[in-house]
Every structure is written in C-alpha cells, then in structure tokens.
Design a protein around this ligand. Structure first.
Ligand code: IFM
Length: 456
C-alpha cells in the first residue's frame, strides 16, 4: 500500500455504515410497529435459509458496547439509519417515545465519544401499515414520508449534522417492486414505475423539509452505482449497455439534478408519465450538499432480445470467470474511480461521499481470529482508486466501509458477511477481523478521546 490517510487531507471523513433492519433486531420491542421487512422475512423461502432480522446483531440492546467498539476502532464517523416504524409504529401519527429514546441514546453516546453520527432516513424498512395502503406505489407516500422526515429532524437535528434521505432508491424499488425479491415482494413494471417516481419525489422533498427546519445540517442522499461496459463493441451490445446504465446509474440522480429521467436512452421511462402530475418535474429537483456513492462492482452487459423492456442482460461474474466476492460480484476497483469521475462532471454535484464500499468473503474463524486478507486487499485497492480520483480534482470528501458488523444481508440472510467485525449470531459475540484492525490503524486519530475503562 503506497498511500496513507494523510494523503486524503485532514478534513476527509472516514467511517463505517450500517442500516437499522440489518443490525437492530428487537423487531417488536418497546412499541415498535412492524416494517415490510419484518413481514416479508416471515414468508417461506423469501430469504435464504429462512433467516429473518428479528434479532440480527441485537444492536438495539447492545448499542453501548458496539459504539464503544467503534471508538476502540478509531472510527470517527458512524452512518446508521432510523427504523421508521420504531419511532412511528403506524407510519404517521403518534410518536413512540421509546423508539425516539433509543436513537437519542445512540446519538448521545456517539457524540460523547467524538464519533460523528450520520443518519440515513430511509434504508428500506417501510412501516407495514403503510404498505397495506400501497406503500411506495401510493402517491400518499410523499405525505407519510414528509411527516417522518419532519419528525426526525425535529427530534435529532440539534445534534446530527449529516443527513441522507434515501438509501439506494434503485435497489429498493427495483428489487422490492419490480422483481419481488426484496420486501414487500411486489412485481411488475407498473408497480416499479410508480414506486420509483414517488421515491424520486421523496428524495427531493425530504431535502426541502430538512432545509426548511434547520440551516446547519449537510443534506445528501445515496445511490448505488456500478461502472457498466458492453461485453464487446458491437452496436447492439453498446446500445444494451447504455440502457442498463440509464436504468441502474442515472434514473434517480439525474431528476434530482434537474435533468429529468433519462428516457431518451431508456424509452420505457416515458411510461413514468402515467404517474406524473403537473409541477412534478420541478419537484424532483433539489440542491443537495453532497451525494452518497455506493459502489461494489462493475457490470458487463450484453444484448438480450428476449429480455422484456430493456433487451439487455448482465453477465454475472462467475460466467466471466473473473475474481469475485461471495455475492458473485466482480472485484474491480477502477469501478469506484469511474463513478467518482463521472459524477464530478455533473454540474449540480458539489461534493461526493463514498457512503458504502466493501465486500463479502467466506471468512474463516480460527482460534478466535478472522484473517480476512481478501477484504483488506479489497478495501486498500478501492481506497487507492478514491485517492486517484481525488488527486485528479474530484470533490470526494469521505469514505465509509460497508459495514461495521456482519449482519442480515437482505434476501441472502446472514450468510454473506461484509463486516469489519465478526458476529457469532448464536452468542452475539463480536471479534474484530484483521480488516477491522487494519482500518483502525489506517485511520488512527490522535484527537480521539481516551478509551473509557468499560470496553467490551
Ligand atoms: O447490505 C447492503 C446495504 O443495505 C445497501 N447497499 C449494499 C449492501 C451490500 O449488499
């Protein structure tokens, strides 16, 4: 490794990311309402090995030890999400004070230990009661979501200065409302386009609400992004790659930047008009302080005449016989560099934070040790690409590893482990992996407060 943390400058933000449903557990404790993931994960065969997030990492009960562990790992920034149905069990209306207390404790402990809390408002766990009314396909979601955002910024905005509105809208609308492989398990183009349009409106509206309540917060939102290449340079494959790129990489960021949906490249998006109302084009735009990049791989795309709507398909990493992670995602560090360079070209993008990057490997626990050399290499190689982009003038100001603890990986259950810290899901014991120790040394902060005595 031929770079150090100092090469990124003093203000660069280093951190880790998590999400409520993936770690909290306590799915029905202390007045929490059910979310779509609580319900979906009970369906037979919805999740690999019939796993569910009822307990997950039990972070709800163990947050103090876990935040102390973050401190011990020298991690100065912690990104987590708020479980909407924990603070608003019915989605709107009455606030569950116990839920609010929980996030207050998390935030206050972080601040006490000099860890900056970063909040993601929506990381996929819609209250079930709202899904019963149509969820993201119902335009009313804009009011429900606005109520939730307003509630969060008023409860926590005095102490939390970094906010992200949505986590990867392409993934939760695509997997949840088109393919049906994520909660709530809905399928079809109509569900997808309605959910996507309402999510795009919410990402901008959420920003407006936060800004109207407070003027001392940095507001962003996050997008998944995979660098896309055609399998070869024939016209058909190039055209296929352009369509997939419009769908996966441009569909949410461009309307936010006031550019509208990329329907010239992806004609199917013209059908979005069915869900548009007068004035929507303007409402899709919002001037974010930063955008969150979530990158894991690149995709190779080929022409596929029988694939509905896009006539294109992604050629998975195992078929190409390339180096890959346990998710069957190609290991391709330049993808993050290409993403940063491209986003930096958008006139409306002021600042980029890598809000997620990481990998699942088949970690082995031997004598209370996980020597996850693959993960250390993965992180180093990606961080190096971030530095390359930064040196070339890209306004990238932070990097967050996905993820702190091994956790519930959605439809894949607990099998793929992405954590810097190994979790034994039977005993809830945490063991810092070699990657966690490496990250701790890399981001060592002389300014962190002394580690308190009561460490786990
Ligand atoms: O675990 C997810 C996370 O919730 C969203 N981004 C991708 C991660 C790995 O799949």
């Amino acid at each position: 490794m031929e770079f150090t943390k100092e090469d990124f400058g003093e203000d660069f933000k280093w951190g880790v990311s998590t999400a409520a449903y993936q770690i909290e557990g306590a799915h029905n404790s202390h007045g929490k309402g059910l979310s779509i993931w609580d319900v979906f994960s009970q369906k037979r065969r919805a999740i690999a090995n019939n796993h569910n997030g009822n307990t997950a990492c039990d972070f709800y009960n163990r947050y103090s030890e876990d935040i102390l562990l973050l401190h011990k790992l020298n991690i100065p920034n912690y990104r987590f999400s708020i479980s909407w149905s924990r603070i608003l069990p019915h989605g709107t209306g009455a606030i569950n004070s116990k839920g609010v207390d929980f996030y207050n404790h998390v935030i206050d402990l972080c601040l006490e230990l000099n860890i900056e809390p970063w909040i993601t408002l929506y990381h996929w766990d819609l209250p079930h009661e709202l899904e019963q009314k149509g969820g993201w396909t119902n335009r009313e979601v804009i009011h429900w979501f606005s109520y939730f955002v307003d509630c969060c910024i008023r409860q926590f905005g005095d102490r939390v200065k970094h906010w992200m509105i949505l986590n990867e809208p392409m993934v939760f609308t695509g997997a949840g409302y088109f393919l049906g492989v994520h909660a709530p398990g809905k399928k079809g183009l109509s569900n997808f386009l309605a959910a996507a349009h309402h999510a795009a409106l919410c990402q901008a509206e959420g920003g407006r609400i936060i800004r109207s309540v407070r003027n001392d917060c940095k507001i962003g939102t996050t997008f998944s992004y995979s660098h896309i290449e055609p399998k070869n340079n024939t016209d058909k494959n190039v055209a296929a790659a352009i369509k997939v790129d419009a769908l996966l990489n441009r569909m949410f960021i461009e309307p936010l930047l006031g550019m509208g949906y990329p329907d010239k490249e992806l004609a199917i998006l013209k059908r979005m008009e069915r869900f548009m109302q007068p004035g929507d084009e303007g409402k899709l735009a919002f001037d974010m302080d930063f955008v969150g990049l979530q990158n894991y791989t690149r995709e190779i795309v080929g022409y596929a005449p029988f694939m509905p709507f896009v006539k294109a398909k992604i050629i998975k990493a195992d078929k190409r016989k390339v180096e890959r992670t346990l998710m069957n995602w190609e290991i391709y560090p330049p993808s993050i560099y290409h993403a940063l360079k491209r986003w930096n070209e958008y006139p409306g993008v002021k600042e980029i934070v890598v809000t997620e990057n990481g990998a699942a490997f088949s970690d082995e626990l031997v004598n209370e040790n996980v020597q996850d050399v693959d993960r250390v290499n993965f992180l180093q190689d990606h961080i190096e690409q971030v530095l390359k982009a930064k040196k070339e003038g890209v306004e990238v100001s932070g990097y967050f590893v996905w993820t702190f603890l091994d956790n519930f990986e959605w439809a894949e259950g607990f099998h793929p482990r992405f954590g810097l810290v190994h979790v034994d899901f039977e005993t809830q014991k945490r063991i810092v992996k070699a990657s966690g120790n490496w990250y701790r040394e890399f981001i060592k902060q002389s300014l962190l407060k002394e580690i308190p005595d009561a460490l786990p």
